[in-house]
Write a protein that binds this ligand. Structure first.
Ligand SMILES: *Cc1c(COP(=O)(O)O)cnc(C)c1O
Length: 211
């Protein structure tokens, strides 16, 4: 991993778009290297792996931890205790549980709701119609800060298809007056920026290939 990669990427990304450095598969040492040159937001997708690094990095108070992986119900409390942001809330039931647990733990995490816009059977998320239907109830939930929507595009799309799906995510977020769209990864971040992403989730582009 070469820190100058990070600086080069950062240079290409408009300054109003935030970078989430996805550190899954990489060590606390590599996180420190990037943190040292100004990156404070790190994304992880597995609780156990993340927690081991969080313990090592517990004195790095500037780091904001973002959970971006599949949310298992039996890990929700630990995720709420240890992450400031959760990008991958894919059902109303999990959102309710997060709200409840956050209240008990005296937390108030930033939340992005994962929406399913393409038809990839491997990717979860709210169906947009269901989200509209539940919107009233969602807004009533306490101890969560709903900041936006998150989406993961299916693999293998053309640049134009990626752009179309990202635009759908942006307009859906706008319709709910949500500021954030967490969308775009190493392979499709340009389209995401064009469509109005506010968080790019970049792993391999920053850290190199995961072994
Ligand atoms: C791994 C992962 C990323 C980063 O992927 P790269 O292609 O390495 O940039 C982004 N979002 C989610 C949800 C991931 O699991």
């Amino acid at each position: 991993m070469n820190p100058s990669n990070y600086l080069k990427i950062k240079d290409k990304i408009p300054s109003n778009v935030k970078i989430l450095a996805v550190s899954k598969g990489f060590s606390s040492h590599e996180i420190k290297t990037i943190q040292n040159i100004g990156q404070n937001d790190f994304g992880e997708s597995k609780f156990q792996e993340a927690f081991a690094k969080q313990l090592i990095l517990k004195d790095f108070n500037q780091i904001n931890w973002h959970f971006i992986g599949k949310l298992q119900s039996n890990k929700l409390r630990k995720i709420v205790q240890n992450f400031e942001f959760i990008h991958s809330v894919d059902s109303f039931e999990k959102l309710q549980k997060i709200s409840h647990v956050s209240f008990e733990e005296n937390k108030n995490p930033f939340i992005m709701l994962q929406v399913k816009l393409g038809d990839d059977p491997n990717k979860g998320g709210f169906n947009p119609d269901l989200l509209r239907l539940k919107w009233g109830e969602i807004q009533e939930l306490k101890n969560i800060r709903l900041s936006g929507l998150m989406t993961i595009n299916p693999r293998g799309l053309s640049s134009k298809e990626n752009l179309e799906l990202f635009k759908k995510c942006r307009s859906l977020a706008d319709s709910f007056q949500l500021p954030d769209c967490s969308m775009g990864m190493s392979g499709d971040w340009r389209e995401a920026v064009e469509a109005g992403a506010t968080w790019l989730r970049l792993g391999s582009l920053i850290f190199g290939d995961r072994s």
